[in-house]
Design a protein around this ligand. Structure first.
Ligand SMILES: NC(=O)c1ccc[n+]([C@@H]2O[C@H](COP(=O)([O-])OP(=O)(O)OC[C@H]3O[C@@H](n4cnc5c(N)ncnc54)[C@H](O)[C@@H]3O)[C@@H](O)[C@H]2O)c1
Length: 395
């Protein structure tokens, strides 16, 4: 069976590799020429997949990175894994997904199965993507099949990977769901079929909204703990001794990445469209966006003002041990510090270069260091006597 995975990023690349390792002939299609050239040369572009694995896939000819859209017409199965970010107005931006679906439609052959993995609002597959596929392909309903299967990948997670993380699938028809399940079962241990596309679409939004709401809540609690001078980490550890009904979440400068700050806005948007409330999400989003400003205030307090103070921000990616800076709350932190007159530098050996600036080395040449993203490799001893503001705790 031939498979095309549209989008070779954090979701599409591991999926393309896993399915090629399961024996499928896989085309990794992306519209980013540079990315495809790097992959063709046998180099990886994400932390979780080594260059050896890419090389092995390319050499075996089971994995072919390509920009050639005609590979779709040669494929029995097409998986769509393109970004679904927010627009500059903080609203769902489906432009990449619509463009990718249009490309798939134009090249779709009869009897193919299309599986969408991008995170979307309930109804998107049925009401937006299906009509595009029908119009662009000229095929009739029933000539091809459509399924949805949200991705749950957690970059750098050593315990839960693509094969042991349970997967949800749903189909426009029962046969589409069964075909999708059969495909994933070749390399994923546990697969659950949902009764409709909308159930699977909403389940993904629930998972990530649950995280945003709880992380924002713990961030609010961390502010309280700081005010009464107790350690939030100890409070969380104490509460986590309860064996049921509690799940720990940890404080930070805010959530980032392509999922947690973004997907709940898709849910809130969908709720608004039908007149249902989404107050938890709106409040959590607001608290999340206020966190960088809170730490700017803490830094100001610590130094008695920030004007001309040399501040080092340590770690700028959205979470430890990744180089991904999408939606990183550290950008707002740096901007906030600069607005108060601080001379801000940042250190992050994983990111190296960001927004036209380069990572500086860790040294004692600063008035304050703010640990925003604590990568494992960091050796904070190199800061010498520089006072540290830790965004992952309350003291
Ligand atoms: N990153 C995660 O941890 C994660 C986890 C679960 C779900 N998701 C969801 O998966 C989807 C993809 O996210 P990602 O993190 O892999 O994004 P990404 O930016 O890492 O990768 C997407 C790739 O798609 C390519 N692309 C964009 N438009 C295209 C088009 N029209 N044709 C061909 N290629 C195109 C881009 O060049 C890019 O390489 C999103 O909906 C996201 O919400 C992401």
């Amino acid at each position: 069976m031939k498979v095309t995975v549209v989008g070779q990023g954090y979701v599409g690349l591991p999926l393309a590799i896993a399915s090629s390792e399961a024996g499928f002939t896989v085309f990794g299609l992306d519209n980013n020429d540079e990315k495809i050239a790097v992959l063709k040369s046998g180099k990886s572009i994400i932390e979780d997949i080594s260059s050896e694995v890419i090389k092995k896939g390319v050499n075996s000819t089971l994995y072919t990175p390509t920009t050639d859209q005609s590979k779709i017409s040669d494929s029995d199965l097409i998986l769509i894994c393109v970004p679904t970010p927010l627009s500059s107005k903080h609203k769902p931006d489906l432009s990449a997904l619509i463009s990718a679906t249009t490309t798939v439609g134009k090249n779709l052959k009869a009897e193919a199965l299309v599986i969408v993995e991008s995170t979307i609002e309930p109804g998107t597959c049925r009401n937006i993507l299906l009509p595009i596929l029908l119009k662009e392909s000229g095929l009739k309903l029933g000539d091809f099949e459509l399924a949805y299967s949200p991705e749950r990948i957690d970059p750098t997670n050593k315990k839960w990977d693509i094969s042991n993380t349970p997967k949800l699938v749903a189909g426009l028809t029962a046969s589409a769901a069964n075909r999708a399940k059969e495909f994933y079962a070749k390399f994923i241990e546990s697969i659950t079929i949902c009764s409709s596309l909308e159930i699977a679409e909403t389940a993904k939004l629930l998972e990530n909204s649950f995280r945003l709401v709880n992380i924002s809540f713990i961030n609010e609690l961390a502010i309280f703990c700081q005010k009464i001078d107790i350690d939030i980490s100890e409070v969380i550890s104490a509460a986590a001794t309860k064996p049921y009904g509690f799940m720990p979440f940890y404080p930070s400068v805010g959530v980032g990445g392509h999922c947690i700050p973004v997907d709940p806005i898709y849910l809130a948007n969908a709720a608004k469209a039908v007149g249902a409330p989404s107050r938890f999400i709106e409040l959590a989003d607001q608290i999340n966006q206020e966190m960088p400003g809170y730490f700017v205030g803490r830094a100001e307090e610590k130094l008695g003002g920030l004007k001309a103070k040399k501040v080092l921000v340590v770690g700028v990616s959205y979470k430890p041990n990744v180089a991904d800076v999408r939606e990183s709350p550290v950008e707002a932190l740096i901007n906030g510090l600069k607005q108060k007159g601080a001379q801000v530098s940042w250190h992050d050996d994983l990111v190296k270069e960001w927004k036209g600036e380069k990572s500086v080395t860790l040294s004692s040449d600063f008035d304050l260091a703010i640990v925003a993203t604590p990568h494992d490799y960091l050796d904070l001893k190199k800061l010498g006597e520089v006072p540290i503001l830790n965004t992952r705790g309350s003291i």
